[in-house]
Design a protein. Sequence first.
Length: 339
Amino acid sequence: MRAPVLDDAIAASDLDSEVRRDLRGLQKETAETVARHLVAAGSLVDDDPQLALEHARYARRRASRIAVVREASGIVAYHAGEWTEALGELRAARRMGGGPGHLALMADIERALGRPERALELTRGPEVADLAPADRIELLIVAAGARRDLGELDAAIVGLQVPDLDPARRDPWSARLFYAYADNLLAAGREADAVQWFVHAHDADVEGETDAAARIAELTGEELESADDITFGEEEYPLDDLSAGEADVSTAVEDVVDPGSPDPGAPDPAASDPDASDPDASDPDALDPEPVVDQGGSDDETSTGSGPVPAEDAATTGDTDVNEAATGPDIDDERPDAR
């Protein structure tokens, strides 16, 4: 495999120091080359994911037994739409490095491959308990998308009704959670409630992660300059009994309450419209060029492949970026399109 051209300005020192330490087992020259290609992949993944993937694949070829290299390769493959390859690389990284890995990303890939049931299986694993808060919310968003793929709209909505779904909160994941909730409300035909939660998402989205403003304009016919442009009556946002405690991914996405039960942001029944509806990869030197969808075979086989991103919530997630620790300072660790 010919190495993709590297810009002279790209230096190995641009890579995260912890990642560089993981490369110390390689010969010095090889470690520097791999580091530079990882930096290049990270800097290109948003603007040119295919070229970024060439750099990531070359780094993987030179250092296939380094977990962080496999992780970076998987994340870049995900951004490039190479679902099967991405899943195999992420499985390999988890096997080598341990820990929960990128469960939300893996579940989203299963959705893209048309396997929402397998995506939900990942949300019930024991490793879910070890997830950081941001990763836990991202997995909830993906799980809701999988339920939506299966036509279980009420379950998708209920699964997002967790304590974090509070319009007053401003956590790093608030905008994406509010957006996903609004999107699922809209899919269930609850347009008024959806507009309200798109407004909450817009108000919380200081980083511009979502297109909430565009969705509001699409639904209302008016451009939204600020959250104050749309005013709703004062109301409380009680959570269902389902989410009275800490959010539990496996529980939240399994239990479906009656569609008429209250959820955050639902209007007072007396004031609302009575008609309103309420697997591991091995270390091959080259990847199979043909798309292969895993049918439950060995997790030790990886291959390239692509599949359609589910409408509206590909990666549920929206803009999950490449792990900065794996590919360089310009790559963010959190992507699940705000879907």
